[in-house]
Every structure is written in C-alpha cells, then in structure tokens.
Design a protein around this ligand. Structure first.
Ligand code: PEP
Ligand code: MN
Length: 343
C-alpha cells in the first residue's frame, strides 16, 4: 500500500504514520515526488486495511499497490528517478554514455581508453578490475591494481568510474574506488550481493541476467531499493535465445516496458547485447531511439589485442563515430548528450 501525505504534512505527523506502519510489523519507505511525499509499505503478506491510517493527521489517501516490485514501480512513484553518479545525472533529460574497455589491462591501456572516450564526450569510464569469467583459465582482471588505475584515469580525465563488484568479499574495496557499482548479468540474482549493495548509499548499475525475465530484473532491483538504496540504474545487456549468429539477443523490448513499469533509469549495453563490433553502432542508435537513458559501450585502444571481449569492442575512432551518430538520434528524441565540464 502507498500512503499519500498532504503536501503540508508536518515531520511529527509523518513520524506518527511511519510509527504506526512499524507497530503493524511492516517497513515504511518515504518516497519523495514532485510536490508530495508518500510512504510505501513493505513486509506485508497480503492487503493492508487502509483503516489503520486513513484518519491519522497528514494522510491524504491510501492506495493499494498491485505490482510485486513495489518500491521500484511507477505505482508508488510516478516521476522518473534521476540517479546522481558523483554529479552525473542518469535518468534525467540528458543521455549519459559510459565507455571503456571490458577489463582494465594496464596503465597505458586504461589511460589511452579514458583520454579517447573523454575526448569523444563520454561521462563515465567503464573497466572491470574484478572480472567474472566463464573459464577459470581466462584473464580474471588486475583486481586491486585495476581499481588504482581507474582512480588514476578519473583524476586525469574527470570521468566518473563504473566497475563491477563480483562478490560481497570485495565489495568494500570496490565501493571505495567506484562511483557506480556494476552488478553483472551473472550476479543479478546473487541475493546476498544485492542486499549488501542495498545497505550502501552508492549508485548501482544492475545488469539483466542473461536468462532473466524483465520481472526478475525488477524484483532484483527491489532487493536493493527495499534496503534503502534508491540509486539504482537498470541495464538491458542481451539475453540468451535460440539465435546463434549473435552473442546474445539485445532485448530492446525491455526498454519501453521497464520505463512503463518502473521509475528507475534504464540504459542499454549493445556491446554484450550483440557481441559483434560492426553491429554495436546500429544497436546503440536503436537503443537511444527506443527511449534508453544512456549507453554502456566497450571501447579499447587496440581491440584486436584485448584480453577480454575484443570482438565486440570499438576502437577509439569507432567510438567517436558512434557518439556523433547517437547524438543525432538523441536530438530527434529531444535529448542532449550529457557532457562533463572540464577544467
Ligand atoms: C561486462 O560489462 O564486461 C560484463 C561482464 O557484462 P555482463 O555482466 O553483462 O556479462
Ligand atoms: Mn565485457
């Protein structure tokens, strides 16, 4: 249930309402929207009698919430959530592009990538330091050293950092360096990890599991938001289908459905979504055209020598071209490209 408060409700009255929710054994979640605050309730197994709240001072309305993913649903918050990634607004009017290599490989590689993607207009630098790989014999990432190199690239370029957190053991270390914590497709239903990032107050990029439904993605986001971390960005990155000509099938259907069902920002990863370098640009254009709030793109200064995902990585010139073309699609959608102010 959603308790809608009067616009001029006092702090005391709100505290009484929240206290009543707790007395009933449930959890209140304050949700601020334009010009009004509401209290979402979780923890109830069935419908709650609105009679518990209707007569309390400050209560304007009690509305049942039908979606199972309550706090992330549009039912509880009509306005779009804008996630603030260290000053970069994701989910607002501007399109945000995150770009960089699949993995941080060396100082020279990450600095070249960072300088290149910054010059083309990216706002965030991506790069895995802790890599979850299908084979234990594949490059597992530079780990702590990789985080230090990302921090160095941030200091030089002003780009904010998005990097993957692979497990709860390394979460503390990764959270110290990252501006945006990426939860990878393979971890979308790692509930301990979802709960642990839900306890932090740092933005999270939640990637859709490769065999997960849209509803499961929203339920995974609910795990994070129900612990109090409201800063979640959803990412469509392709799903497994019967198709074998592409690495995954980029499910752009998910974009309008997620935007309809949830107030959270939605970005698209066409690199993993199709897995073929020459096809990343057209799918990036399509993602923006169907309403994505941003893109995450794999870019490597020398893709043919990349230690992971070279087949789908653009070189710096390819990324520059992508940015120019995507900007035109964004303009057709009445959106500008977010730019980082540089000294
Ligand atoms: C990545 O971003 O490099 C990655 C491993 O992505 P995903 O979790 O979507 O496979
Ligand atoms: Mn990758």
């Amino acid at each position: 249930m959603l308790i809608v408060l009067h616009p001029d409700v006092s702090r005391e009255a709100q505290a009484v309402i929240e206290g009543r929710v707790r007395e009933l054994g449930f959890t209140p979640h304050a949700i601020s929207g334009a010009g009004r605050t509401a209290i979402g309730i979780t923890g109830n197994k069935g419908p709650i009698d609105p009679g518990h709240f209707r007569e309390l001072p400050g209560v304007a309305d009690c509305i049942p919430v039908t979606a199972p993913y309550k706090l992330v649903s549009r039912e509880v918050k009509h306005e779009d959530t804008v996630v603030d990634v260290a000053g970069v607004p994701v989910g607002g009017p501007d399109l945000v592009v995150m770009a960089g290599p699949c993995a941080v490989e060396s100082e020279q590689q990450i600095l070249a990538a960072a300088r290149g993607v910054a010059a083309s207009g990216a706002s965030l630098l991506r790069g895995g330091a802790f890599k979850p790989r299908t084979s234990p014999y594949d490059f597992q990432g530079l780990k702590q050293k990789g985080l230090e190199l990302l921090a160095k690239a941030r200091a030089e370029t002003g780009l904010k950092i998005v990097t993957e957190v692979k497990d709860t053991e390394t979460l503390g270390t990764v959270a110290e360096s990252a501006d945006l914590l990426q939860i990878g497709a393979r971890n979308m239903q790692n509930f301990s990890l979802l709960e642990a990032v839900g306890d932090l107050r740092k933005p999270v990029l939640l990637k859709r599991g490769m065999s997960s439904t849209i509803k499961e993605l929203l339920m995974a986001a609910e795990y994070i938001v129900s612990r109090g971390n409201k800063q979640v960005i959803l990412c469509e990155r392709g799903i497994r289908t019967f198709e074998t000509m592409t690495r995954n099938t980029l499910d752009l259907n998910a974009v309008p459905i997620l935007k309809r069902e949830s107030h959270l920002p939605v970005i698209v990863d066409p690199s993993h979504g199709i897995g073929i370098r020459s096809a990343v640009l057209p799918m990036a254009r399509a993602a923006v055209a169907c309403g994505a709030d941003g893109l995450i793109i794999e870019v490597h200064p020398d893709p043919d020598r990349a230690l992971s995902d070279g087949m789908q990585s653009l070189n710096l010139a390819g990324f520059e071209k992508l940015m120019r073309e995507v900007e035109r699609i964004a303009a057709a959608m009445d959106r500008a490209m977010h730019r980082v102010a540089r000294a």
